[in-house]
Design a protein around this ligand. Structure first.
Ligand SMILES: [Zn+2]
Length: 166
């Protein structure tokens, strides 16, 4: 397989990544993150490349899961750039650990230095069991938008999304 091509593979035009079925399938390949915070790595438990990157098929073609996650939750993917890990964990798909860079930049810096997510600057807070149940209830009622729920619970929209499909 041409690894380089996969790294920059474009999502087929007209394929809606946000369709419920796909999002559900995507999250079914991720470890249970209900009780993890945004600073934690969200590990892909589905198929992986030899070098440990999560992979998922779209219309019979393989894509990198971190790239898809970036597409889903950051919305502004530059298809000419790589999606890299701040956390240096290839199987991680936590959108807040992902950033875009060109291939050259990535090679020059070698291993990316792991930033500290700890400390009071980190807005993430752990969800309790009760809070997760509350969120599920709110999602069921559909009275409040996911983004509002995320704000209320001080977590990312991706976390809410994960809970929805868990
Ligand atoms: Zn990570």
């Amino acid at each position: 397989m041409n690894l380089f091509a996969t790294k920059f593979r474009k999502i087929p035009k007209g394929f809606d990544l946000n369709n419920q079925e796909f999002v559900k399938r995507f999250w079914s390949h991720v470890e249970d993150i209900s009780f993890l915070v945004d600073e934690d790595c969200w590990n892909w438990i589905g198929g992986k490349s030899k070098d440990g990157y999560g992979r998922i098929k779209i219309l019979h073609v393989m894509y990198y899961a971190n790239r898809i996650s970036y597409h889903l939750y950051k919305r502004d993917l530059d298809e000419n750039l790589l999606v890299c890990h701040k956390c240096d964990n290839p199987s991680c798909i936590n959108p807040s650990h992902l950033y875009q860079d060109n291939d050259k930049g990535n090679q020059n810096t070698g291993r990316v230095i792991k930033p500290s997510y700890k400390g009071e600057n980190n807005p993430a807070s752990k969800l309790t069991n009760v809070q997760v149940l509350e969120i599920k209830e709110l999602l069921k009622n559909k009275l409040i938008k996911q983004i509002e729920i995320a704000k209320n619970f001080n977590v990312s929209k991706a976390t809410i999304s994960r809970i929805k499909y868990s």
